[in-house]
Design a protein around this ligand. Structure first.
Ligand code: SF4
Length: 705
């Protein structure tokens, strides 16, 4: 326990704000870290409440087997023995891991190493699949690598900031504060918000385009055609640094050459569309920020590529104040990508379809069991469990019973799976109910390691107190199971620093064939240097104390075989399910300001519960009249897979034909009001990301019966 200020990082969103924390009178108090380049001292309401998540309220304090407390040794033996038996009987692919962007980089790295390298199953995926996997797939298609080119400082240098499919004011609040401050400093900075809802973010925009949900590809294809029409393409950049432009432009022109028809499909006036296009064409420095409204779609990858196409066509990439910028949702979603925590990637941005990468990693890990093919992505992983193909699943720090679509199916999967292991810092979650083995994991303030934020900045989370009860760091738990399974040599780390250094060495291997992720200068960190690590953005080309000034794609070179970026021809595809006379409204979901994910930690903090005390659905006044809905009364929402009951809020923030409901409430907190009861598991074919923003529903006043 320490009563001096300790520099650490926020446990909530992907902005990755630096925090200073200390223990005072048995409480943890926090303040923003003025030196951290993500936030320069700012914190949002969730960050300010961080100290209050460190207590024993609702904590899982001991290991459990079948509902009875047990020792760590018994729990580890039980898991390792069962895994070995399942592998012998059904093969390694009968084991699945489901991870979380809340894990630290070291946790993620050893989980991936154990699963893909030593158990020999590719079936390891993460809840980040629900968050930014469409961006990962699109980056790889266009850039040849999962490289996010943006930096937060670009927000202060841009002339035009486009925010699409992201309610920054509530979901990435400190970035919103940075943009607001930039706007005050530079009154000429223009902000365009593209969002079907009139969010708090949209209210501060110079231009708000409330486009019809799902039509993003049309909007950006229209922009590409407009740029051609007004002669604002960067032909030099296109010729020197890209491939595939002609066919992409041809497809965009075919689809979006008629502005009036386009505006009709987008359901916004042609004047607004033209204004947006004009501003994009005239500004030299444009940043396009995007998040779940783009990614969480059955064509999310195409949506992202339609944005990347416009930046490539104008050369608005790789320069200060310019670029497409995918925002991550969770504190370490980016770290999970780096270490290969997704079913379709290997560690350190190595790729399955590259035999040189495969050999490098097998040799580095000294294993002959490295998997050869990608595994099952989140939705398919649980589906396989429901079908009896997955015999054991280990869920770490996440609550898929309420966060994955079609929660009934996820519950059926867990009930059908012979061994469900859950490691979490919280005791009562909807998922823990179905666990055969429950393992207490250390929480924020108790654990130590690295996280990487949306702009690729690696920062330390540092412990302030010893773990509560018998809780242990995730990396320790994973390594104990690995050693019990007979993999002692590969998992004998004495600290999280050992793990980070091994991962750093892997990123720097020669002949890796990809240059974007190289942390090899951290391979030989001393224990003290690891402890003192200051935030650094990759690619890290200098030592940890100096700033790094390399900008991705500044030289116009990308990570494709030809070093040229690829235009990806995309065309509008409607959402997987459409509204009809039975389900006439589009059900949209998202976050509210003061809650985090499924509220397992934030629901215990009174001050975070006052902003929005209970679940609700926003409905436009016209629809309220049509469907006889009264403000503040209970309503029933029905999709083709389920029903929920919640309170209606009549609001002009939502357009007619759509309804919106927050995603946070769970079965435990409000038994009939969690959104995944309604959402079908329709996924993007490239990324596997579910369509959580578009579900046709019916609404009616709730009748007590
Ligand atoms: Fe934490 Fe995100 Fe808020 Fe920053 S913006 S304090 S990282 S929740």
């Amino acid at each position: 326990m320490t009563n001096t200020w300790v520099k650490t990082t926020c446990a909530f969103c992907g902005v990755g704000c630096g925090v200073e924390a200390r223990v005072s009178n048995n409480k943890i108090i926090v303040r923003g870290d003025k030196q951290h380049p993500a936030n320069f001292g700012r914190l949002c309401s969730k960050g300010m409440a961080l100290g209050e998540i460190v207590n024993n309220k609702g904590r899982l304090l001991q290991p459990y087997i079948e509902g009875k407390t047990t020792s760590w040794q018994s729990a580890i033996v039980k898991i390792a023995t069962a895994f070995k038996q399942i592998i012998d009987r059904f093969g390694p692919e009968a084991i699945g891991f489901y991870l979380s962007g809340q894990l630290l980089t070291e946790d993620y790295y050893v989980a991936n190493k154990l699963m893909k390298g030593f158990i020999g199953s590719p079936n390891i995926d993460t809840n980040s699949r629900l968050c930014m996997s469409s961006s990962v797939a699109a980056h790889k298609r266009a850039f040849g690598s999962d490289t996010v080119p943006g930096c937060y400082e670009d927000l202060e240098k841009a002339e035009l900031i486009i925010i699409t499919g992201a309610n920054l004011a509530w979901c990435h609040p400190v970035l919103y504060q940075r943009i607001m401050a930039a706007k005050q400093q530079t009154p000429n900075l223009k902000i365009v918000v593209i969002d079907p809802r009139k969010t708090v973010t949209a209210q501060m925009a110079d231009l708000h385009l409330p486009i019809q949900p799902g039509t993003d590809v049309l909007l950006f294809n229209g922009l590409l055609h407009y740029l051609f029409q007004v002669k604002k393409l960067n032909h030099h950049f296109i010729q020197q640094h890209t491939e595939g432009f002609s066919s992409t432009l041809h497809a965009a022109r075919n689809e979006a050459h008629d502005l009036l028809f386009l505006a009709k499909q987008l359901a916004v006036s042609s004047d607004l569309v033209t204004q947006f296009y004009h501003w994009f064409s005239e500004a030299d420095k444009v940043v396009t920020l995007y998040s779940q409204g783009i990614n969480q779609s059955s064509c999310g990858t195409d949506k992202v590529n339609s944005i990347l196409n416009c930046h490539l066509a104008t050369g608005k990439i790789g320069k200060p104040g310019c670029g497409p910028f995918s925002l991550t949702g969770q504190p370490n979603a980016m770290g999970g990508r780096e270490v290969g925590g997704m079913a379709n990637s290997l560690a350190a941005h190595l790729e399955f379809n590259n035999s040189q990468h495969y050999d490098l990693l097998s040799h580095f890990w000294q294993t002959d069991k490295l998997v050869k093919q990608p595994g099952l992505k989140a939705v398919d992983l649980f589906d396989a469990a429901a079908k009896g193909k997955i015999k054991a699943i280990w869920i770490m720090g996440t609550n898929p019973v309420v966060s994955l679509p079609n929660s009934h199916h996820v519950i059926a999967a867990l009930k059908n799976c012979p061994l469900v292991v859950v490691s979490d810092c919280m005791f009562e979650t909807d998922t823990n109910t179905y666990a055969n083995v429950l393992l207490p994991a250390a929480g924020w303030g108790e654990k130590s390691g690295m996280v990487t934020n949306s702009e690729r900045r690696i920062s330390r989370q540092r412990s302030l107190i010893n773990p509560i009860g018998e809780a242990k760091p995730d990396w320790w738990i994973i390594c104990q199971v690995a050693k019990q399974m007979g993999f002692s040599q590969a998992f004998s780390y004495s600290s999280e620093a050992d793990i980070f250094k091994e991962y750093a060495a892997l990123t720097g291997l020669k002949n890796k064939g990809t240059r974007d992720l190289d942390l090899s200068l951290f391979t030989n960190l001393t224990t003290q240097e690891y402890h003192d690590f200051t935030p650094v953005q990759w690619p890290a080309i200098k030592n940890t104390k100096q700033s790094n000034n390399k900008r991705f794609f500044a030289d116009g070179k990308f990570y494709t075989q030809t070093t040229k970026a690829q235009f990806i021809t995309v065309s509008y595809k409607p959402p997987a399910t459409k509204t009809n006379s039975t389900y006439p409204l589009i059900f949209n979901t998202g976050r509210i300001r003061d809650q985090w994910h499924t509220m397992t930690r934030t629901s215990f903090i009174p001050k975070l519960c006052t902003h929005t005390p209970e679940p609700y659905v926003h409905i436009n006044s016209l629809d309220a009249t049509t469907f006889s809905i009264k403000h503040d009364e209970l309503v029933q929402l029905t999709s083709h897979i389920g029903t929920l009951i919640t309170r209606a809020k009549v609001s002009e923030k939502i357009l007619s034909g759509q309804v919106f409901m927050p995603m946070h409430w769970t079965r435990m907190l409000s038994s009939s009001s969690h959104v995944s009861q309604l959402i079908a598991p329709n996924i993007d074919p490239f990324s596997g990301q579910p369509e959580s923003k578009y579900t046709p529903v019916a609404i009616s006043p709730w009748q007590y019966s």
